[in-house]
Design a protein around this ligand. Structure first.
Ligand SMILES: Nc1ncnc2c1ncn2[C@@H]1O[C@H](COP(=O)(O)OP(=O)(O)OP(=O)(O)O)[C@@H](O)[C@H]1O
Length: 534
């Protein structure tokens, strides 16, 4: 468009010059020479103008060609260019919105950065406070540990003092152990969720008191349950381990090595855990295997101090008022084991197999053999009930060549047969006879203990084979410990109450102060000292 405009202008200009020239030719016709030269000049001028116009035309074509080439190369028409311009402007609008968003985000980021800085500052201040709190907690923890240690030490001292008082008074010590609730048993009072057995634990009663809910009334048949509370030297709740129990009696084992007669027996209703306590099972050794282990260990340690111990074990049962050797052959029908007590308080049983035990493995084997031979049967409360009293006797003869001292200790470890109410058990035949004999001998045991406790001149040892056998171990010269085993089952509540009442009476008995059996060679003038005090 631009080029065509310029061309038109040039043509108009040519026309104008041409008309002026013609006018001038006419005016100057008179003066031909002047006119000729003027014409020549004008022709020349016309010629140069024509040349200039041609040049313009060529330039125009050239520019047009270049414009065509540009359109061809970009492929974009003007319209498209305008569209693009519109889009550019729209994009610029969006861009400016975006700038605003960016600005807002920048401001928010700055706020967040500031908040982060404040939070870090706070955290660092809190960190200091935390360090201080941690230090306080640590010092409080240390204080708690110290107080707990002091409490434990205090408890140990209390126990030792209690034991010493009991020894001085000559009491039979009683430990109560409750077994866990068995499968299918109920450990709560009827119609309530109150546990049948509880362990009050305030002050001096800690680990010593037990409360049982049992049928009220003397018949024991009432459906009303009421609480009865007892205190013993130690109460082991159901969750106590065999180790917990043994820890408490290990001092007595030491006493046997010092030359005392020690008698530990487990008393309780059938199925209450006597055999578990005294013998244990394959996974959890009970008192007897642990006693053997400790005796071997301590006697080995005493060897360094010149002591040599000879250990002899025997195991018998009292079944239907007869002694039976659990390590040897049964006697012929016309033969019977006889118990003899000498003037020095030693007891021997005729025809009884006595085995030298020098290693714990030997003792374990003996126990296994004995348990295979022991009389067992099924009762209402226990499928594998011991129907006899089992007496494990370990005689310890210690001598010290250096000091010329001899000590003689005896350990009688007894798993009594379970007490059972004959009427309630519905036993008949052999089971009835067994139950009657068991109850008779248990009641004889109670009578002996009561007679010893009341300092009766006559102690009825002869009333049962069990008391006759144990007379030297039950008298005041011995240290006696009784376990009363309790079942926490609802159906056993009445039996549990009977056992606890019996145990409380036994616990109150003062049978006399235990004496050591120790001899010193006359040549030796040193005062007698026990193996452990050396
Ligand atoms: N403290 C305990 N922890 C775990 N199980 C126990 C415990 N006491 C007893 N039992 C289990 O209860 C059952 C009866 O125990 P145990 O045979 O020792 O009773 P018992 O009083 O010796 O009975 P019996 O007089 O009829 O021989 C056994 O299966 C035993 O393993």
């Amino acid at each position: 468009m631009l080029l065509s405009g310029s061309t038109t202008q040039l043509e108009q200009k040519v026309e104008a010059v041409k008309s002026v020239a013609e006018t001038k030719v006419q005016l100057l016709q008179g003066d031909s020479s002047q006119a000729k030269s003027e014409l020549a000049r004008l022709s020349k001028e016309l010629h140069s103008v024509a040349l200039a116009r041609d040049q313009w035309q060529r330039d125009c074509e050239k520019w047009k060609a270049q414009a065509d080439m540009y359109q061809e190369k970009t492929g974009k028409s003007l319209e498209e260019m305008q569209n693009m311009e519109t889009r550019r402007m729209a994009l610029e609008g969006m861009c400016s919105d975006q700038d605003e968003i960016m600005e807002r985000l920048r401001r928010e980021t700055a706020i967040a950065v500031e908040q982060k800085r404040l939070a870090e500052e706070l955290a660092s201040r809190r960190g200091d406070e935390n360090v201080e709190l941690k230090r306080k907690v640590e010092s409080l923890e240390a204080l708690v540990v110290e107080k707990e240690t002091q409490m434990k030490e205090g408890e140990e001292i209390r126990k030792r003092l209690h034991n010493t008082i009991m020894e001085l008074k000559g009491n039979i010590r009683v430990f109560c152990r409750v077994r866990p609730v068995g499968d299918g048993e109920c450990g709560t009072a009827p119609k309530t969720a109150t546990p049948l057995v509880e362990y009050p634990s305030q002050g001096d009663q800690k680990d010593r008191a037990i409360k049982v809910l049992a049928p009220s009334g003397s018949s024991g048949m009432s459906s009303e349950f009421q609480p009865f509370e007892f205190t013993f030297d130690r109460v082991f709740p159901a969750q106590s381990t065999q180790e917990d129990v043994f820890d408490e009696i290990s001092q007595l084992v030491q006493s046997a090595l010092d030359g005392y007669k020690v008698c530990i027996f487990a008393y309780g209703q059938t199925g209450s855990g006597k055999t578990y306590t005294m013998l244990g099972n394959n996974e959890n050794n009970g008192v007897i295997p642990r006693v053997m282990q400790q005796v071997f260990q301590t006697s080995n340690e005493l060897r360094e101090q010149g002591w040599n111990f000879r250990m002899r074990a025997s195991i018998l049962e009292v079944y239907n008022e007869e002694y039976k050797d659990l390590l040897g052959k049964h006697l012929a029908a016309n033969e019977k084991h006889k118990v003899h007590h000498d003037a020095h308080g030693n007891t021997t049983v005729s025809g009884l197999t006595t085995v030298d035990v020098s290693k714990p493995e030997n003792a374990a084997e003996l126990l296994r053999r004995a348990m295979e031979k022991r009389a067992v049967g099924a009762t209402k409360m226990n499928d594998n009930s011991s129907r006899s009293h089992m007496v494990f006797t370990l005689k310890l003869d210690g001598s010290n060549e250096g000091t010329q001292q001899h000590v003689q200790g005896v350990l009688n470890l007894i798993d009594l047969a379970g007490s059972e109410r004959v009427k309630a058990s519905g036993s008949q035949g052999d089971r009835l006879k067994e139950a009657q004999n068991i109850n008779k001998s248990l009641s004889a045991l109670g009578d002996v203990i009561m007679a010893l406790g009341t300092k009766n001149e006559h102690v009825p040892y002869r009333n049962s084979k069990l008391t006759w056998l144990l007379q030297n171990s039950l008298s005041g010269a011995s240290k006696v410990l009784m376990f009363v085993n309790i079942s926490p089952a609802q159906e056993s509540a009445n039996e549990s109450l009977c056992s606890l009442r019996f145990a409380a009476k036994v616990n109150a008995c003062e049978i006399g102060v235990a004496r050591r059996t120790v001899k010193t060679d006359p040549k030796d003038s040193q005062p007698t000292r026990s193996p452990r005090s050396r």
